[in-house]
Ligand binder design. Structure first.
Ligand SMILES: [Zn+2]
Length: 180
């Protein structure tokens, strides 16, 4: 299992996210980053991108993740391992399974409670990679990113201030988010 021990960072809680990263979905907080190699869009494999939107406060670090990945692996290995498959960054939505709780909190006018049900993708402070082979409910026995070949990739995220749900919680291995 490709657990990274490089950093004592932890997953941010919703009040910390609101304080540091502002309101979910606030486009004024967003920036477009250019990555150093083309990425294949997971839900449309014929589309390649070299830029995408993320929160401006993580832009430099997130770009550096991909610069480091390129220097660690080189492009052919990145492509062979599917590290170039982009699963999405900004997505304003509740966490899977909390849709009703989110809607009820919105109806009740409790925006702080509603925010607690939102995916951190709503702030554009997380990125998913190769989602088809690192599904939400997979653990290290089947998730691709738990294999030793991906240890260096995970280290690139941690080195630049990100944490992964795979190494931390052993589910949702596709998902990396900015740490505390
Ligand atoms: Zn995610």
């Amino acid at each position: 299992m490709a657990v990274s021990t490089l950093s004592p960072m932890k997953l941010l809680k919703t009040p910390e996210i609101l304080l540091k990263y502002g309101n979910p979905g606030d486009q004024q907080n967003f920036a477009v980053i250019e990555v150093p190699f083309p990425m294949i869009v997971a839900w449309d494999r014929t589309t390649k991108i070299k830029r995408f939107t993320c929160h401006k406060l993580i832009a430099t670090q997130l770009r550096q993740v991909y610069v480091d990945i390129l220097s660690e692996y080189g492009l052919p290995e990145i492509e062979r391992l599917g590290i170039n498959i982009y699963g999405g960054c900004f997505n304003h939505r509740p966490k899977r399974g909390t849709e009703n709780s989110y809607t009820n909190a919105i109806k009740a006018g409790d925006l702080n409670k509603a925010a607690s049900f939102l995916s951190v993708h709503s702030w554009a402070i997380a990125i998913d990679m190769d989602p088809d082979r690192n599904k939400l409910n997979e653990n290290h026995t089947t998730a691709r990113f738990a294999k030793p070949a991906y240890k260096k990739m995970i280290d690139c995220f941690y080195r630049n201030g990100f944490v992964g749900l795979g190494p931390e919680k052993d589910y949702d291995w596709m998902h990396f988010q900015i740490g505390s």
